[in-house]
Design a protein around this ligand. Structure first.
Ligand code: PLP
Length: 299
């Protein structure tokens, strides 16, 4: 990254009200030079991926869908039995990280909570913010997607909660490996399918598809994330009179869709233009409207 890339870093003194502060009389958080090392080599976030995070879009200086992100952050922490994040402290830290950017017209902020240093008493928390990359091309031209088996049944969240499916943990090495597999297969992104044959989500996105005039997503309870972007887009679509809902669907249903999108914070709505090598129609007009809506989304 170039030397003067606008970015900011805020370290929380007390990320959870259920655990002691790092420094008893210090301020709630401190703004630090983002290039200064702040993490211990013994932090379990680094050594075990034992922590949770949220990546939040910032539009016109405001964090978007902030409360939905914070609810999910809290749920992910609970799934890992971490001390509960102090959401007021994170709200303030996210605000401070954004305010420290010279221009937050289009940016993102990443909030992290880890189990802290091995043997310590306090979790580690920080918020990093920087400008969003230009995603204009991918939002317009779309992505080529492959279906990959996630190797977990669709009901794994209920049967095997220790697998943490559906929690946004720091352990994204598997998601990154899946994206490399997509590249090996000549594609740009992935849609995971459960081992018992249900469409799930992308490694960093929710799946939306249009079929029979309605727009559908696999929904929650399937070991996948409750997407903030998907939820915002359902509100947008419902206001336009489009039927929306949750469907347990196999890849055959996805293959019959007349439009598919991968949606997520920061990249927003990327139309799928190819699924396992077969072309998928792109609704350029609706995709552009979705992305305009997401760019203007308020808190
Ligand atoms: N599913 C996974 C696995 C993700 O990592 C993400 C976001 O990064 C999403 C879905 C989409 O969530 P959101 O729209 O809240 O960014």
């Amino acid at each position: 990254m170039p030397d003067h890339h606008p970015e900011s870093l805020v370290v929380l003194n007390r990320p959870s009200a259920q655990a002691p502060a790092h420094e008893p009389n210090a301020a709630a958080f401190r703004l630090v030079d983002p290039r200064t090392p702040v993490l211990s080599a013994l932090d379990q976030g680094a050594t075990r991926g034992d922590g949770v995070f949220e990546t939040i879009s910032v539009g016109h200086g405001r964090p978007q869908s902030l409360e939905h992100h914070l609810r999910r952050f809290e749920r992910s922490a609970a799934a890992l039995e971490l001390p509960a994040p102090d959401l007021d402290a994170y709200r303030a830290a996210i605000g401070a990280a954004i305010a420290a950017l010279p221009d937050a017209a289009s940016a993102w902020a990443k909030a992290v909570l880890t189990r802290g240093v091995e043997g310590g008493e306090s979790p580690t928390g920080w918020v990093y913010a920087t400008l969003a990359p230009d995603h204009t091309a991918v939002r317009r031209d779309g992505v080529r997607v492959v279906l990959l088996d996630r190797g977990l049944r669709h009901d794994v969240e209920r049967t095997s909660p220790w697998l943490l499916a559906g929690a946004k943990t720091l352990s994204y090495a598997v998601n990154r490996a899946a994206q490399r597999e997509a590249a090996r297969r000549g594609a740009d992104d992935v849609v995971f399918v459960s081992s018992d044959g249900f469409v799930l989500e992308g490694p960093t996105s929710s799946v939306l598809y249009r079929l029979d005039g309605g727009i559908w997503t696999p929904g929650t309870g399937l070991g996948i994330l409750d997407g903030t972007t998907q939820s915002a887009l359902f509100a947008f679509l419902a206001a336009r009179g489009v039927e929306t809902g949750y469907r347990l669907a196999g890849p055959d249903e996805l293959a019959r869709a007349d439009a598919i999108w991968l949606v997520s914070s920061v990249r927003h709505a990327a139309p799928v233009r190819e699924l396992d090598g077969r072309p998928v129609p792109v609704d350029a007009a609706l995709t552009a409207e979705m992305n305009e809506y997401l760019a203007e989304l308020a808190e």
